[in-house]
Design a binder for this molecule. Structure first.
Ligand SMILES: Cc1cc2nc3c(=O)[nH]c(=O)nc-3n(C[C@H](O)[C@H](O)[C@H](O)COP(=O)(O)OP(=O)(O)OC[C@H]3O[C@@H](n4cnc5c(N)ncnc54)[C@H](O)[C@@H]3O)c2cc1C
Ligand code: SF4
Length: 491
């Protein structure tokens, strides 16, 4: 443990974000770097708890007190070794993880938690800057070949681990670039894409082969992969969006959030030709759905210079502080989340029912008919809502973005060709990461349902261990801590 009274001496300090008025003029990351000495001070706040709840809060089981201690002592190379032993991509999670570890940090019982996520980002950035992260191909190859389908964080983590175990790994991706939702979902202002490219270069130098525009089950048959490879790992994600089938859905100007967000990421990458440009510029934008995808639409709309941005949500407004009785520490706090995108300007409304998209005579969206609702417990003891009479009104909007969740694994491609069994939630059913087809494994959102990058990395690592064991009879890949009991589910 670094400084015994660090948590009493130093307050939690986060890096300053750039001025919202300035940052909405570009797609660069929102936060400025924090001085390295300050990061050491922040690490000094860690109490090296006897029972480090942060460790259990993290889906990867990161050894947080150990890397905090290394950072406090200025041992950055040791810190990246500790971090890399459980997390293949700390430069991603250090930027975009909602940090369930911080929610379960013991300090947050009566103080502010250690800035674990930011310390993680700084360790990763130091490691790249100082050259501590070098390509490290396996010393021996097993001669086995593994195909990974999908290049999101789950596929990349599985690829990195299986390559480390000595197998020859090829990643097949249907898109034109590698990265999954890291590349074409999460906006650049949260994760600049050179951060992905930097990691991919290392992975290629370690021997991993990436094939883009390769849609397995469409332009490459899954059968071909089964013939050519010893194992296949399906990491295709769960990005099929939930629709809102109410009157007016067909109007021009109503889009899925993912169409809007992925197009903007392509624009930032220099691709400028689209069948239809989806732009918020000079429009009143209505974002339907109060979650993170909706928040990303808010940030992107402000960067497009929208006339106004409104975000509506069916659920009631969450409380500002946690309910100690029903939602105590160390559980994930069910409280109002204000993202950096919200700080840039938005009108947020809760307990709103969407009734109809309203159009003009040219078939273009001009507004959304909504009504206010009241949530409560009904006579049968079930939670439900009632419309509040007299609250119906039309919110003017020329662009509506549907950010109301996802509906499980995409059913086409490999899933259809191999007739993989799905569970009741529409995700690929597995036993120890193997699907209903012998030798075809699965990990990430396609197995678990839409989740988080940190969970996708964890799934990729665990699936890799299952594949390695199946191929070789045993595995030397790191296993998650045996005593690991995960306490805070999803953010
Ligand atoms: C807008 C948005 C913002 C988000 N923001 C955050 C955030 O800030 N923090 C966070 O932790 N999580 C965030 N998430 C969630 C996170 O991105 C996902 O949980 C994570 O990316 C899932 O990883 P994955 O590898 O399972 O799948 P994905 O990232 O979805 O990758 C799957 C890949 O498989 C490819 N594929 C599918 N089928 C085939 C096939 N048959 N052949 C070849 N390729 C195929 C797809 O093209 C895709 O590239 C966000 C999600 C969205 C939609
Ligand atoms: S719970 Fe917080 S204070 Fe305790 S070891 Fe983890 S980071 Fe440090």
């Amino acid at each position: 443990m670094g400084q015994i009274d660090g948590f009493m001496k130093f307050d939690r300090e986060m890096p300053k974000s750039r001025d919202p008025k300035e940052r909405i003029k570009d797609y660069k990351e929102v936060y400025n770097p924090l001085d390295k000495e300050k990061v050491k001070q922040q690490a000094a706040r860690c109490m090296d708890c006897g029972v480090p709840f942060c460790h259990n809060g993290c889906p990867l089981g990161n050894n947080i007190p150990d890397f905090n201690d290394a950072v406090y002592n200025g041992k950055w190379e040791e810190a990246i070794k500790i971090l890399s032993s459980t997390n293949n991509f700390p430069e991603f999670t250090g930027r975009i993880c909602p940090a369930p570890c911080e929610a379960s940090c013991v300090l947050s019982i009566n103080n502010k938690p250690v800035t674990i996520e930011y310390i993680e980002k700084t360790i990763a950035e130091q490691a790249f800057e100082k050259g501590y992260l070098k390509p490290s191909p396996p010393k021996q190859r097993t001669g086995k070949r593994v195909a990974i389908v999908g290049s999101g964080p789950a596929g990349l983590a599985a690829a990195a681990q299986l390559n480390k175990a000595g197998h020859w790994v090829t990643v097949f991706e249907r898109s034109d670039r590698i990265g999954g939702l890291l590349r074409y979902g999460i906006p650049d202002f949260k994760l600049e894409k050179h951060v992905i490219d930097r990691r991919l270069r290392l992975m290629e130098q370690e021997g991993i082969v990436f094939r883009t525009n390769a849609h397995v089950g469409v332009n490459i048959s899954a059968k071909h992969l089964q013939d050519e490879f010893d194992a296949v790992v399906m990491c295709g994600g769960a990005s099929a969006p939930r629709d809102l089938p109410i009157p007016g859905r067909q109007l021009k100007g109503v889009h899925f959030a993912m169409e809007f967000l992925s197009q903007q990421n392509k624009r930032v990458a220099g691709d400028n030709i689209f069948a239809e440009d989806i732009l918020a510029t000079e429009k009143n934008v209505l974002v339907i759905g109060g979650g993170d995808t909706g928040s990303d639409c808010v940030g992107t709309s402000n960067r497009h210079k929208a006339k106004s941005v409104t975000q509506i949500e069916l659920l009631a407004k969450p409380p500002l502080t946690r309910n100690e009785a029903s939602n105590p520490w160390p559980l994930w706090p069910m409280i109002l989340n204000t993202s950096s995108s919200h700080e840039e300007g938005v009108n947020r409304e809760w307990a709103i029912l969407t009734k109809e998209f309203v159009g003009d005579s040219n078939g273009r969206l001009s507004g959304m008919k909504i009504a206010e609702i009241k949530w409560g417990v009904n006579a049968q003891g079930k939670m439900g809502f009632e419309e509040i009479p007299g609250t119906e009104r039309v919110i003017p909007c020329e662009l509506a973005l549907l950010a109301i969740g996802f509906v499980g694994a995409e059913k086409g491609g490999l899933v259809e060709e191999l007739k993989l069994e799905l569970d009741e939630r529409g995700n690929i059913r597995t036993t120890n990461y193997m699907s209903s087809q012998e030798g075809v494994f699965s990990a990430g959102d396609v197995r678990r349902g839409q989740s988080l990058v940190v969970w996708a990395i964890s799934e990729g690592r665990e699936a890799a261990r299952a594949v390695d064991t199946w191929l070789m009879g045993s595995s030397n890949l790191e296993a998650k801590d045996e005593s690991f009991v995960h306490i805070s589910e999803e953010a």
